[in-house]
Design a protein around this ligand. Structure first.
Ligand code: URA
Length: 297
């Protein structure tokens, strides 16, 4: 077969897969499902109960750089989509929880931090060293929401201070931002032991506080780093490969106006997949452009 023929064959196979709906890469190395089927079945681990009485298979611990490949954890029911700019609102199921009441009662970021210090509804608090609330400038127009603290963040009590945080700082510097001009938090406020993926229950326990956090900080733009943050806050089921680079409108019950939200890759993912930095760069440029647009009268 000539080179041109094999390229055409590969492109045709790719086009066929896209048409069949297989249009998202979920891993770098293709999995041979026929080979897997021939092997002995892998036992599924014990299940972890969630507040909604749903159950998810337990997951082995992961290191800090594994967060973006994981399957959806906290995907909530998809809410209203408004054409190309889906709206997201707080889940009514959470409206009566003690976490929700505690979070709603906070009238300032300091009160919200205090409320989290007093909150005992997330078991991660028992194993963590510190609450990891936020870093940067709370007056900033840009709020960055990551996934969960790792070991460095747990020690320091600040988000994104480890290697992925250092990459985040370098990325922000490319568009003239730093920790004096962004505000940074996570969807989880305490380190999951061994850096494992947060469970659906842990995400749900923290979510009312994250929603209130966004309401109180009231940024112009949200940058959602990684699949867990994007899927949780936008209530979407798609993976980060599909979500990144698209603008969404984020809204919760206590907000006076929706906020533009941009999902992008998690810096930890970029450390493992440097080729994806090109896409992340596009996202940063889009963020910078949006800030310019929103600043215009
Ligand atoms: N990864 C995150 O998502 N958040 C942190 O604070 C650190 C690493």
């Amino acid at each position: 077969m000539r080179d041109g023929d094999s390229t055409a064959a590969v492109l045709a196979a790719l086009a066929w897969q896209i048409e069949a709906g297989a249009d998202e890469a979920i891993d770098i190395v293709p999995a041979d499902r026929f080979a897997v089927a021939a092997e002995a079945p892998v036992p599924v681990g014990p299940v972890v109960a969630t507040p909604s009485n749903g159950a998810i298979p337990s997951r082995p611990p992961r290191d800090d750089t594994e967060r973006d490949d994981a399957p959806p954890q906290a995907a909530r029911p998809r809410l209203a989509d408004a054409g190309l700019v889906p709206m997201r609102t707080a889940s009514p199921a959470l409206a009566d929880s003690p976490a929700h009441s505690l979070a709603r009662a906070a009238r300032s970021l300091d009160e919200l931090r205090e409320a989290l210090m007093a909150f005992d509804g997330c078991p991660l608090k028992d194993t963590a060293t510190n609450l990891v609330f936020a870093d940067g400038n709370p007056e900033s127009r840009v709020m960055i929401v990551g996934e969960a603290p790792g070991a460095d963040e747990d020690r320091a009590g600040k988000p994104f201070v480890g290697v992925s945080g250092q990459l985040l700082d370098r990325m922000l510097a490319q568009i003239g931002l730093d920790r004096t001009s962004v505000y940074i938090t996570n969807i989880i406020f305490w380190r999951p032991p061994g850096n494992r993926q947060p469970t659906t229950g842990e995400v749900a326990a923290c979510l009312p506080f994250v929603e209130r956090h966004i309401e109180l900080a009231n940024p112009d733009v949200l940058l959602l780093t990684g699949g867990a943050s994007a899927k949780t806050l936008l209530a979407r089921n798609e993976g980060i490969m599909r979500l990144r680079g698209r603008w969404f409108l984020y809204e919760s019950t206590g907000m006076s106006r929706p906020i533009s939200a941009l999902p992008t890759f998690h810096p930890a993912f970029l450390l493992r997949q440097p080729a994806q930095k090109r896409e992340a760069w596009r996202d940063l440029l889009a963020l910078s452009e949006k800030l310019g647009e929103l600043a215009r009268p």
